[in-house]
Write a protein of this length. Structure first.
Length: 215
């Protein structure tokens, strides 16, 4: 359990907590921001167009994060009928969350490399743990949310791009999406997808050798 790290490895626990706050906050804010740009004020009216972390977490989602190592943020309410782009507006809003996590990964990867190149921080510094945890957690958030199964963001992307003749596929995924996710977790398939995706992203940004050993 992550909460145990508070007593056995407080620096890791603090790094994990900061990474989760940054990742979830930017993810949910980005959904709200792009929805607002698309003409939908729903999230703004409910106070979600903010970088205040307290607005983007739920009690149960947070407890699961602390005790089970995974959880969820508070879903951003949107009304697709308000979108200026009725065809791709929902897709843009859905992609905004994972894309924000990718931007966080890019920012901290570049920052980490700069700090090391100019010897501003030592390779054994606690900043390596902090930045590395932020990079990995945001990579995980991005990959997980891009899985094309409801209620994840990837499902909206899939449903937007699928031709109408595959309506039966949409209905199937809507009905059994949560069970598919449970199956992927229990069988370990998700672990392999996450591992490969994480290695690919970290290698792309040139930080795999620096942070892969953190988890």
């Amino acid at each position: 359990m992550i909460i145990e790290q508070l007593f056995t490895n407080p620096l890791f626990f603090l790094s994990f907590a900061i990474a989760i706050v940054i990742g979830v906050t930017f993810h949910e804010f980005s959904h709200a921001f792009v929805a607002y740009l698309q003409g939908d004020p729903t999230a703004k009216l409910e106070g979600r167009l903010t970088l205040n972390p307290a607005k983007h977490f739920t009690l149960w989602g947070t407890l699961f994060l602390l005790f089970a190592g995974f959880g969820w943020g508070k879903p951003v309410p949107v009304n697709p009928y308000n979108f200026r782009n009725q065809k791709y507006g929902h897709l843009l809003v859905s992609l905004a969350g994972p894309f924000s996590n990718l931007l966080v990964v890019a920012f901290f990867s570049v920052l980490l490399r700069i700090l090391l190149v100019f010897n501003i921080i030592h390779p054994e510094s606690g900043f390596i743990l902090l930045f590395g945890t932020i990079i990995i957690i945001n990579t995980w958030l991005m990959i997980f949310n891009l899985i094309p199964v409801p209620p994840l963001d990837g499902s909206t992307v899939l449903f937007t791009l699928l031709p109408e003749r595959y309506e039966n596929v949409k209905r199937f995924l809507y009905q059994y999406g949560i069970w598919i996710l449970i199956f992927l977790l229990i069988t370990g398939v998700f672990h392999y997808v996450l591992s490969f995706g994480t290695f690919f992203v970290l290698t792309l940004f040139g930080v795999s050798s620096l942070v892969m050993g953190i988890f």
